[in-house]
Design a protein around this ligand. Structure first.
Ligand code: PBG
Length: 325
């Protein structure tokens, strides 16, 4: 088929117009969801040291930020909260006056159209920093499920548009779906962190959200980076439990997983371009070692090409600005 000299692939690379004509993948701000961190207090817009350009916002500072994000045509935000107190059960996570529940309301008062996605997990809210309830060194699956369902319902009650369970507990989508349905939220979508790997690339996020496990690691619930078939099992389980959107996370070391999940399922696929993937770009750019703008575009385009429909990325704002140029 590709027999030289009949075939010369360079014929379609000779000018910018021709290259554009055959371009297969486009990214747009509409593809993006921008993660933001919210915290108690007043007048706080505090830069996260390991994630330059990302901030923790107090509620009074949110409207400006939300207006900015919406003006860039970014589809939505993904909320993470830093609670005022932590305990063994992560009970602040489902407090109806908790930081996330309040943030949802502030955002909705500022802008109706921007999609508000909330992270449903306990690691920011537990004093031990694990995503579930612990007994000794064990993370208890079924005891955690009840709490996750309560958290999801509290987010729906506060006015969120989508809940995104990320605790990697078996059955989490099922119990959340059931809880939402029982409370009249049959039409409320779930975006499930289906294939979430136990990744070192989450390091900067754990500084940002203060969610580092105090003892042990997350290997008994998050996936082993060495596994690929397991990702499909996770995705299949979540879809059967009622997930509307599935997710692969992180992105860059997991392009094969994105592509595999894309080819084996029909559900919309979100991909999370995580904190460590962001920070390494920022660090290299600060040193003048890379062309940051071009690298951001290349990364986001590659994630989409691999099969993502939705890209969750800390680069969302800067990429949306670059796409306008
Ligand atoms: C909460 C959660 C984490 C991330 C998203 N939701 C941290 C973790 O699992 O340790 C990571 C996001 C990022 O690194 O950008 N469970």
């Amino acid at each position: 088929m590709t027999n030289f000299p009949n075939t010369r692939l360079r014929r379609l690379r000779g000018s910018e117009s021709i290259r554009k004509l055959i371009q297969e993948t486009y990214i747009s701000p509409v593809d993006f969801i921008y993660p933001i961190f919210v915290t108690h207090g007043n007048n706080i817009k505090e830069e996260i040291t390991s994630m330059p350009g990302c901030y923790r916002f107090s509620l009074d500072m949110l409207p400006n930020e939300i207006t900015d994000i919406a003006e860039l045509d970014i589809s939505g935000v993904l909320l993470f909260g830093i609670p005022s107190k932590k305990d063994k059960l992560g009970s602040e996570a489902y407090n109806e006056h908790g930081i996330i529940q309040q943030a949802i309301q502030v955002i909705k008062q500022t802008n109706q159209k921007l999609i508000v996605v909330t992270d449903v997990c306990l690691c920011e809210y537990t004093d031990h920093g694990h995503c579930g309830i612990t007994k000794g060194s064990e993370i208890k699956n079924d005891a955690t499920l009840k709490i996750l369902a309560k958290v999801a319902l509290s987010h729906a009650n506060a006015g969120a548009d989508i809940v995104a369970p990320s605790a990697m507990m078996d059955g989490q989508v099922k119990v959340i779906r059931k809880k939402l349905d029982e409370n009249g939220y049959e039409e409320f979508p779930i975006m499930s962190y289906s294939a979430k790997y136990a990744s070192t690339f989450y390091g900067p996020f754990r500084d940002a959200a203060d969610s580092r496990p105090q003892i042990g690691d997350r290997l008994s619930y998050q996936m082993d980076p060495a596994n690929s078939n397991q990702a499909l099992l996770e995705v299949t389980a979540d879809i059967s439990e009622g997930a509307d959107i599935i997710m692969v996370k992180p992105a860059l070391s997991y392009m094969d997983i994105i592509s595999k999940v894309r080819s084996k399922t029909l559900h919309p696929l979100a991909v999370y371009n995580v904190s460590g993937e962001y920070s390494i770009i920022k660090a290299a750019a600060k040193n003048g070692w890379i062309d940051e703008d071009k690298m951001i575009m290349e990364i986001l385009t590659s994630i989409k090409r691999a099969g993502a429909d939705i890209i969750i990325t800390y680069h969302a704002k800067e990429a949306a600005r670059l796409l306008r140029k």
